[in-house]
Write a protein that binds this ligand. Structure first.
Ligand SMILES: [Ca+2]
Length: 364
């Protein structure tokens, strides 16, 4: 009896775990991969671009979503959330004129009097998910870009409201959390892309989370001087204003500032590589005054093996004045003589600028 009992125990232990793994982990085919890649390549610089990307991704099967999660875990995390998926389904079925309005960056408001049958269906489903009582008493919907970094969907009813933030931009700390969440959801960890387009390059502390990075992995190099080295512009981690993780990097200068360093991180690349640099920027009272040089940049600078600059820096067109968090995407092709790329972050004008959630990847 003993061997039989042992066998029964082993079978009892093994079968559920094997069955669980086989039943849940997706097994993507080449076709699934190709479909995922076509969505991964879509433009996602603005919240409206990301809505279009979400709509396309919502058509994918589970296996393709699993592959897409390797490129863009935050996008897939939004789609496995029932409320966000419901919002995306609602937007997909909006009349073409409303959809065009939304894509143009405008806010769309729709009142219950104008809702069609399908629209009611979507909204009642959403109200049910949000546990809004008396879903028949819904009144209106509002969708639009509230900040430069995401979209907000709001459903108003006599008995309750629902708000969903979506079209969220990719940022490194949040991506790590999304990967953990998706590992549970799919029953296997989405494979991070490690070859070709979509591969993340090793930009250290790209979310400015660690105090030791400033002057460490992020080197402080002279940028502009006006007759001295004091007063120096303030460059420091800021835990009160951030988009990703616990902190951002803050640059502050005023009319008396005489010396401005910049932050740089240098990465070795293969000549001719296509690159995509993403970053998020916020500004407050940014303006050029006195004899300041007008530099406010997130840029890629190429260098040859000897450290000489190659070609022109490629930079995001950042606006001065006041600006809420916005994602900037820079696409560049490394010149044939370039062995290194430097990611440069700088502000040499009065006011305060914050940068957060940078990432550098191989482009298409
Ligand atoms: Ca951060």
């Amino acid at each position: 009896m003993r061997p039989l009992l042992l066998l029964a125990c082993l079978v009892g232990l093994l079968i559920p775990s094997l069955a669980g793994a086989v039943a849940t982990a997706p097994v993507p085919t080449a076709q699934h991969r190709a479909l995922a890649e076509s969505v991964a390549r879509m433009n996602d610089a603005s919240p409206t671009d990301r809505v279009v990307k979400l709509m396309k991704a919502a058509e994918l099967e589970r296996e393709s979503l699993f592959v897409l999660a390797g490129y863009d875990p935050i996008l897939v995390e939004q789609l496995v959330d029932e409320r966000t998926r419901g919002v995306v389904a609602y937007i997909t079925d909006l009349p073409a004129t409303e959809l065009a309005d939304l894509r143009a960056g405008n806010t769309v408001v729709r009142r219950a009097e104008g809702w069609g049958k399908l629209e009611w269906q979507h909204l009642i489903e959403l109200a049910t998910l949000a546990e809004i009582p008396k879903a028949k008493k819904l009144e209106s919907v509002r969708i639009g870009v509230i900040t430069g970094s995401n979209m907000r969907f709001e459903l108003f009813g006599a008995k309750g409201n629902l708000a969903v933030i979506f079209a969220i931009a990719p940022t490194p700390v949040r991506e790590e959390r999304a990967r953990d969440m998706l590992t549970k959801h799919f029953g296997a960890r989405p494979e991070q892309i490690s070859r070709g387009p979509g591969t993340r390059l090793p930009l250290e502390d790209s979310s400015f989370e660690n105090e030791a990075s400033i002057g460490g992995v992020w080197q402080l190099q002279p940028c502009v001087t006006r007759g001295g080295t004091i007063p120096e512009a303030q460059i420091a981690l800021d835990t009160t204003e951030r988009l990703d993780g616990r902190a951002s990097i803050r640059f502050h200068s005023d009319v008396d500032t005489r010396y401005w360093p910049q932050l740089e991180q240098k990465i070795s690349i293969a000549p001719g590589t296509s690159l995509v640099l993403r970053g998020h920027v916020k500004g407050h009272y940014l303006r050029r005054e006195r004899d300041q040089e007008r530099i406010f940049r997130l840029a890629l600078v190429f260098e040859d093996i000897a450290g000489n600059p190659v070609g022109e820096p490629i930079e995001a067109p950042l606006q001065t004045g006041d600006m809420d968090w916005r994602q900037f995407v820079i696409k560049a092709h490394a010149p044939a003589e370039a062995d290194y790329v430097k990611v440069v972050v700088a502000s040499t004008i009065s006011g305060t600028a914050w940068f957060d959630g940078l990432s550098l990847e191989i482009g298409y």
